[in-house]
Design a protein around this ligand. Structure first.
Ligand code: NIG
Ligand code: FE
Length: 411
């Protein structure tokens, strides 16, 4: 299988040598080749360059991309795309004035989704989830992190992991599974949270590791969920099995989760709608990437992550959808890129860096994904005719994607 894409108006995120992350001021740079070609064999980017140098390349399929842009597929490093049903009634409750916390305290929220998932067959859960994933792929996403966390029993968390495993086998997208058993305190443990933590650390983590699916461990470090001490003990238990942390922190309250994440060498700390100077300082001395989730801020009407504060301090930043039924029921990375510009005050270059190479870093796969580099995986977006890449965030809620190539296959 070989594909040659010719006459590309702008080929974005081109890197001769393999990069794995961009930070601070470098995020303002987006390397672009005008009037370019890309040549793919099987699942790999083999060559790219100026159109005048593509003579003599013979491919099984040639795509004329005149007037169009080509860029690496979006890398969505934070999703909960495996879930059952929806939470539209809570959405209406919020419109009518209830807060996310009030809904959760009344037995709604994550516990509501957990109940639904527990009562959904594995087959049905798979079907619902793969359908969502197929939609994401059509919108340009080529790599996706997927969390558990709507099971909240050993049995249901393992069911989620098996569904994620099946998706990983069946989907062309790169799937990165994360164990988020510490997503909420189940009703039956309401007055004995420590028992649930014990269940996670002593039973669930070892069983999950046995299935050999999860790459990372996540905790919802938040008031009313898991505090700093809880979070640390879960991260320590995960570390014994080489599960590196990727954690939910600072969504509503600052508990110190950012520094804790940095201390435990978290790959990412996600949300950060709330942020203080200590958090920024802690990240400066770490390998941990902050991740902003503008779709969640939009949907819950909460503050947007102060991206400028992070980037202007020289830090990297990734953006992701947080696709889930409660706080962000959309997996559209095109919208996230636009919201990053409009609401987080990121430039188009910063937003595209955050959604490609840095998204890949936040999943631990940026050596193979997230840029147009020889030898990297052929996950590409071919846009509709556009004059400039800034039109991607500019025309918000528009779908700029015309075709996608994923794992070397044209969809
Ligand atoms: O990332 N904050 C925790 N988890 C999800 C929301 C989960 C839910 O409401 O179902 C999030 O926003
Ligand atoms: Fe989340």
């Amino acid at each position: 299988m070989s594909i040659l894409i010719t006459n590309i108006k702008q080929l974005l995120q081109v890197h001769e040598s393999n990069i794995t992350i961009v930070k601070g001021d470098d995020m303002k740079k987006l390397p672009v080749l005008e009037n370019a070609y890309v040549y793919i064999e099987h699942d790999t980017i083999i060559e790219y360059g100026d159109m005048k140098d593509c003579e003599g390349i013979d491919a099984e399929t040639t795509i004329d991309a005149s007037g169009k842009l080509v860029l690496p597929s979006w890398c969505d490093s934070h999703t909960h795309v495996v879930y059952a049903g929806d939470r539209t009634s809570e959405f209406v409750d919020r419109i009518n004035g209830l807060s996310y916390a009030e809904i959760a305290n009344n037995g709604g929220g994550i516990l509501n989704s957990a109940k639904l998932l527990q009562n959904t067959s594995e087959e049905d859960l798979y079907n619902q989830s793969i359908k969502r994933l197929d939609e994401l792929i059509k919108m340009g996403t080529g790599a996706v992190e997927i969390k558990t966390g709507y099971g909240l029993t050993v049995e249901a968390e393992l069911k989620m992991l098996r569904v994620i495993k099946r998706i990983k086998q069946d989907s062309l997208a790169k799937i990165i599974p994360t164990l988020l058993a510490a997503h909420a305190i189940p009703e039956e443990f309401r007055l004995k949270k420590q028992d649930y933590i014990k269940l996670i650390t002593e039973e669930l983590i070892p069983k999950a590791v046995e299935l050999n699916i999860a790459h990372y461990i996540d905790v919802f470090c938040e008031e009313g969920y898991f505090d700093i001490k809880d979070t640390e003990s879960i991260l320590k238990a995960g570390a014994q099995y080489n599960l590196r942390p990727k954690i939910h922190v600072n969504q509503f309250n600052i508990l110190g989760g950012v520094a804790l994440g940095a201390k435990h060498n978290a790959l990412s700390v996600d949300h950060l709608e709330e942020l203080n100077e200590d958090d920024v300082e802690a990240l400066k001395h770490s390998e941990t990437i902050p991740v902003a989730l503008p779709g969640c801020s939009y949907f819950l009407n909460i503050p947007y992550t102060p991206a400028r504060q992070l980037i202007d301090a020289g830090l990297p930043l990734a953006i992701a959808t947080d696709y889930n039924p409660g706080s962000a029921p959309s997996g559209n990375m095109n919208f996230v890129v636009s919201a990053a510009c409009v609401k987080l005050k990121m430039t188009p270059e910063e937003a595209i860096n955050a959604a490609t190479i840095n998204g890949a870093y936040a999943m631990g796969i940026s050596n193979m994904y997230g840029s147009i580099t020889r030898g990297k995986k052929a996950n590409l977006i071919i846009t509709k005719p556009l004059n400039h890449y800034s039109e991607i965030p500019y025309a918000f809620a528009h779908n700029p994607v015309e075709q996608v190539i994923i794992n070397g296959q044209l969809l």
